[in-house]
Design a protein around this ligand. Structure first.
Ligand SMILES: *Cc1c(COP(=O)(O)O)cnc(C)c1O
Length: 398
């Protein structure tokens, strides 16, 4: 083992280190090539070292890195303008990660209620299976009791309802509820797409009750759903959106987006971030947005999503013919997964896949998750499914 003992052991790391990446591929120290359908957990939206991203960062690196938010940052204004133009929101706050974005979203929701004189409207309703990040407050928002263990008293003001179940929500809603916080497609929770019409019902119930709807699009946002934002496929308009992961294409950046009346509750001094939205981060995000919004990118992506989905069906029907490893396909857009049969371990599946040159990620519900770069080619999709089919065969042999 060459793993450094000075690193805090918060991760059970795989003993591979990569030296470089190109497009959808990663290359390791021991000279192996991997098709990267983990994408740094949905971060490398345009794979590795996309020439446009490299160019933008190199250019900015020789000009200006950081000034703090004590001054205007024109690069922020450009990115915010684009996010606003292409969404239902009007105000943007930049941070550095997903947990900061979701926690920031909760702050905005509570502050909005408070500014309206509703001082007791503080509760945040979350769903079972939810994952919103690892800060202390988000540990309370997550449906992961184990993540909270040993970290002291859990912040109050978070409650959970059964994912997809309106009855369960109706029992918890009330004028103490500031917001409903939900992932349109749960990532860590097992690549679980919200049941049809669920988000619309959430929005209706929220607005009837004077509560806000927060769409946590940290993983599914920025094109991964096939639309720029996942909510756009559901005929809803969230009041607040949390973004991160793909937003910087590999550079750490997150954002809280809000409708004007909501976002304007945040007056000077109510929130901040030293690093948030620095020029390097903004050049990355701006380039990612240009790539997503350019030419026919989203149209081609939608085609590839259909292509990918068909491949999933073929893999499952091949699997069925000779007993089975896969239980069902899950997810949506380019956040997909296979739930495996109980007697097959997702961990083993991932290990065999990696040995065969395909990187993927695990998720709850014994699910393997596939998070391709959004610009992956049909040829690469073919390659991935050839490997997946070999993995299935190998698991059956054992
Ligand atoms: C990853 C993730 C987060 C947390 O993001 P970090 O950058 O790890 O803090 C929050 N919400 C969702 C939906 C995520 O997938």
């Amino acid at each position: 083992m060459t793993i450094s003992s000075s690193i805090m052991t918060t991760y059970g790391r795989i003993d591979i280190a990569f030296t470089h990446g190109k497009g959808s591929y990663l290359f390791s120290e021991d000279k192996k090539k991997y098709l990267d359908y983990a994408s740094g957990i949905a971060v490398n939206a345009f794979g590795h070292c996309h020439p446009k991203l490299v160019e933008a960062l190199k250019d900015q690196a020789s000009k200006l890195w950081h000034t703090s938010n004590l001054y205007r940052i024109p690069e922020q204004e450009i990115v915010a303008e684009k996010l606003v133009e292409h969404s239902c929101t009007d105000r943007v706050f930049f941070c550095n990660s997903g947990a900061e974005a979701t926690e920031g979203a909760v702050k905005v929701a509570r502050r909005y209620a408070w500014a309206n004189g509703e001082k007791d409207r503080t509760e945040i309703i979350c769903a079972t299976g939810a994952f919103h990040g690892r800060t202390l407050a988000m540990l309370a928002a997550n449906d992961r009791p184990l993540f909270r263990e040993g970290f002291g008293p859990s912040p109050k003001g978070f409650t959970h309802v059964e994912w997809g179940d309106i009855e369960s929500l109706n029992n918890k809603i009330g004028d103490h509820v500031a917001a409903i916080l939900v992932e349109p497609v749960q990532g860590e929770g097992g690549a679980r797409k919200a049941p049809k019409g669920y988000l619309k019902l959430l929005q209706d119930i929220a607005s009837k009750n004077g509560s806000l709807l927060i769409s946590d699009e940290v993983q599914i946002g920025m094109g991964r759903s096939g639309s720029l934002f996942a909510y756009q496929q559901e005929n809803i308009e969230p009041d607040i959106i949390a973004l991160a992961k793909g937003l910087g294409g590999g550079f750490p950046v997150g954002a809280v987006m809000a409708k004007a009346k909501v976002g304007d509750a945040m007056i000077p001094g109510t929130h901040g971030s030293t690093f948030g939205g620095n020029p390097l981060a903004m050049r990355s995000a701006n380039t990612v947005l240009d790539l997503l919004l350019g030419d026919d990118f989203l149209k081609n992506l939608k085609e590839n999503i259909v292509y990918f989905d068909n491949k999933m069906d073929v893999l499952m029907s091949d699997d069925k013919k000779r007993s089975s490893v896969i239980l069902c396909k899950k997810g949506s857009g380019m956040l997909r997964g296979f739930q495996l049969k109980e007697n097959v371990s997702a961990g083993d599946f991932g290990n065999i896949s990696r040995e065969k040159g395909l990187l993927l990620v695990g998720a709850a519900e014994n699910t393997i998750r596939l998070l391709p770069p959004l610009n992956t080619s049909k040829k690469e999709i073919d390659e991935a499914f050839e490997i997946l089919s070999e993995v299935v065969k190998e698991i059956k042999k054992n």
